[in-house]
Design a protein around this ligand. Structure first.
Ligand code: GUN
Ligand code: ZN
Length: 446
């Protein structure tokens, strides 16, 4: 029989190149009155409505998102679903914040019912913010991974996640009692979830401070044995943390070398933060095809420091870079709000980013960092049909700001700086509506 076909009409916006390496004008693609045709969960065709309308299969309904932008769904390459409830916890910097707020909360995910409740909340919240793909840290308990994948596979989402590996320097009831057992639990989760629906497994050593050499060695071994899986961890976030890593791994050259020594660099490995790196470490990340997640709301919240996109994207050795929310240290699940903070951090580093660059980081950049470019992060035919519909008139302020915009880049910039979940009119996963905003989030007074 005929494959199922659906279509949306609106202004289509996506990237055919990297605006940090070419120019924004060259990298940004858009079709003012466009049509996007979905077949079997993939983008089948895109083009001007007037040219493509004739090629629609009979019976295909076209949803018209008039005066709205249709973009690839946001990609969040670094977030902790198990920290949803402790977002915005007042106080200290990284190492104290982990002990005082994070670890006590993550212990609660030993309870599968608690995990299921928060997995469901998390998925609802990312979809209402337009995020369709994420790389997610769970807790040490395998049940906390099951809870998340049960939700994401039910919703058909392209999500990568994994059980946190940690066998030292935290409260006993959160630690893996034995690295070999942690390895085996991870291997069992890979067999249970990796490649099931759109689920991908991510091997997840928490960070060097919480892992023994043996734990990192087994993480690297598991990655080598498990084709298509990802790796996620934290890197050079905070200066006290870096000092601790130097003390714990005196034989290693630097923080990146701790991970590289155990085979944890490469395509599909994502390093969150990367705030304090020297040129040698950037070179190793670039040479191995590793990705980094810039987490500006988190870095500002914890006072960690200022990530340099300019440094990450050096032309001679660009590193695949996405934009992570890092909730619960991050202060929101919204990629537009994260772009807003990324812009300001860029300003402090003398590197202002235009709307094109910011949205690249939040879509294709994140996909590249995760090694998922070619599958998500773009509207080009063949990609998976995950997209977000943004409303430049969502609020009265946005409306006033964009009314006389003369370029798509300026509309994108306004959405990055003023947008939040109100600007997300709809979110589609595999071509199906996964979230729809109530019609009028900011009504005009009568
Ligand atoms: N480093 C190790 N664990 C964490 C975490 O949960 N959040 C952040 N921001 N950094 C970390
Ligand atoms: Zn994190």
């Amino acid at each position: 029989g005929c494959p199922t076909e659906t279509a949306v009409r609106g202004t289509l916006v996506w990237f055919s190149d990297d605006p940090f390496l070419t120019s924004s004008e060259h990298a940004l693609e858009y079709i003012e009155d466009g049509l996007l045709i979905v077949r079997d969960g993939r983008i089948h065709a895109i083009g001007p409505y007037t040219e493509l309308a004739d090629s629609l299969a009979t019976g295909t309904t076209v949803v018209h998102h008039r005066d709205k932008l249709v973009l690839p769904g946001f990609v969040d390459p670094h977030v902790h679903y198990v920290q949803t409830r402790i977002i915005g916890a007042y106080g200290n910097q990284l190492l104290d914040w982990l002990q005082n707020h994070v670890y006590p909360e993550e212990v609660r995910f030993a309870d599968p019912a608690y995990a299921r409740r928060h997995a469901s909340l998390f998925c609802d919240q990312i979809l209402r913010n337009g995020t369709t793909t994420a790389l997610v840290n769970c807790a040490t308990f395998p049940d906390s991974v099951d809870a998340l994948f049960e939700e994401t596979t039910r919703r058909g989402m392209r999500v990568a996640a994994g059980k946190v590996l940690m066998d030292r320097n935290a409260r006993q009831d959160l630690l893996d009692p034995d690295p070999q057992q942690a390895y085996e639990e991870s291997a069992a989760l890979i067999r249970r979830w990796h490649g099931v629906g759109r689920s991908l497994y991510a091997i997840t050593p928490r960070f060097a401070v919480a892992c023994t050499d043996e734990m990192l060695r087994l993480a690297g071994k598991l990655w080598a044995e498990s084709p298509g899986t990802l790796v996620q961890t934290h890197l050079a976030e905070n200066t006290d943390e870096i000092e601790e890593v130097r003390r714990l791994f005196p034989d290693r050259e630097d923080y990146v070398d701790v991970y590289e020594h155990h085979g944890l660099l490469g395509r599909g490995a994502v390093f969150a933060h990367a705030v304090h790196l020297d040129e040698r470490q950037w070179r190793r990340l670039a040479a191995t095809g590793s990705g980094v997640a810039h987490c500006p709301t988190s870095n500002l919240f914890l006072g960690s420091g200022l990530f340099s996109v300019r440094e990450a994207k050096r032309h001679r050795r660009p590193v695949r870079t996405g934009l992570g929310t890092d909730v619960g240290a991050g202060t929101g699940l919204s990629l537009p709000q994260t772009m807003n903070e990324a812009y300001k951090v860029g300003q402090l580093g003398g590197h202002p980013m235009d709307g094109t660059k910011l949205f690249h980081l939040a879509t294709l950049g994140g996909a590249e960092a995760m090694g998922l470019d070619g599958r998500v992060g773009s509207l080009a035919p063949g990609h998976e049909a995950d997209f977000v519909v943004l409303d430049p008139t969502a609020t009265r302020l946005l409306s006033a700001r964009t009314a006389e915009s003369e370029s798509v880049d300026d509309v994108l910039f306004a959405l990055a700086l003023l947008g939040d979940d109100r600007a997300v009119a709809a979110t589609y996963v595999e071509g199906r509506l996964a979230h729809e905003r109530s019609p009028c989030p900011d009504p005009k007074p009568e």
